[in-house]
Design a protein around this ligand. Sequence first.
Ligand SMILES: [Zn+2]
Length: 477
Amino acid sequence: MRSHQLSSLAVLVTVSSLLFAQHPASTDRPANIDHHRVYDVCRTLASDEFGGRLTGDSGYTKSAQWTAAIMKKNGALPFDAAAGYLQPFPAPYTLVQSAAMTISIPGAPERTLNAGKDFLPLLYTDSGTISGSMVFVGWGISAPELGYDDYAGLDVHGKVVLCFRGVPNREDSVFQHYDEHRTRMQTAKSKGALALIYLYETPIANPNGDFISGFYPSMISFGVANALLKERGWTAEALQDSLSRSRNTRSFPLAASIHYRVQATHHPDGIGYNVLGILEGSDPELKKECIIIGGHLDHCGTHVGLTFAGASDNASGSAVVLEILQAMAAGPRPKRSVLFALFGGEEMGLLGSKHLAEHFPKQFTRYIAMLNFDMVGTGDGAWCGYSASPEWVKSILDQADRDVHILRGSRAMGRVGVRSSDFAPFYLKGIPSYSFGSNGPHLFYHEAGDKIYRINPDMLADMARLGSGIALRIADR
Ligand SMILES: [Zn+2]
């Protein structure tokens, strides 16, 4: 026990001996964490009942209602007395029912690709059938103002463009806007392309983009890409590596052609929800200050007969958030209030957390910290990105980890990028933030294989202990 905690602990011991004699004192409260309970919540969220929790779809809404009921049962107050626990926001979504892709390479037999293994539609595709020739366009970036254009001198009208996801000269932040999927799709469409096909090592589920009428984006595996690129003497890996080492473009037409049919239903009026519950603080003044403990509830849904259950991403983080709530609710209340937030729309580009950061509950005068949990149930321990200032952010992380010993790596966060998680909108508002993930490896990221089988109950429990230890220290400061 560290000396600076003695005074607050003394108060809590007095209060708890009067009111909460059955509960352990402040710094022991992480003991309320239950690895069976947190695992069961993760398992239920990753079950077929919720269909992969695609924001806007019925499976997601059901999971939002189910988690709201857990908040209610544990004495969390709804974020808004009239609206309840669910905070709605617009979330257009698309369900892909079926897809069939064949490629023809001169001199080779026509190849029918396997949906899920060889290719996957991007989860904002239109329905249609296309045939055509293909053009490789590097990173798919057209940025004349930066002196860079992967499309320079090429006619892609009525053709299918292939490209990597990423930017030239890795880490070059001037290209950040062009690394958004939305920008890349709009560029291809505006050049007259029928479709954009990403080359990914393994095709993954991706709902992070806008539906564009008459446009059919998808991805293919490096294995398939290697067959297409062979005529040019490249492998996908070597080509990607070469492009990422320089600012030179390297685009070319391919001899192969493609036939692609995809059937999808677009729901432009989809509604997503954040699930928001509040444990009110015990101090009459300090309870107006709030700590946010959050993680995204949504994942990628069910498409082409595959359910993307998202056990690691992010049933695990949702379960940890709810476990911290349940453990905290069972003990004496900290001085400050805690807002428990399960975000929708993270996979679509942080829709829910951005919405909350623009529509905070009115009762709080100040948000003093944000803890985010995203993919926290696998690997050999925890990794944490944290705000470089104020200084207490890092020191509280280290103090809390002395009780749990789960931290394998940490780093002060410099800037947020297009791959950031739900802490980003709060971090950008200057709220001191922590972002937790497993130290990895993150196997089956956005693949159908991200199932409950991969999740470790003790890892979930230790993440909850660490998060709870940090939140209680901040809440009682
Ligand atoms: Zn994800």
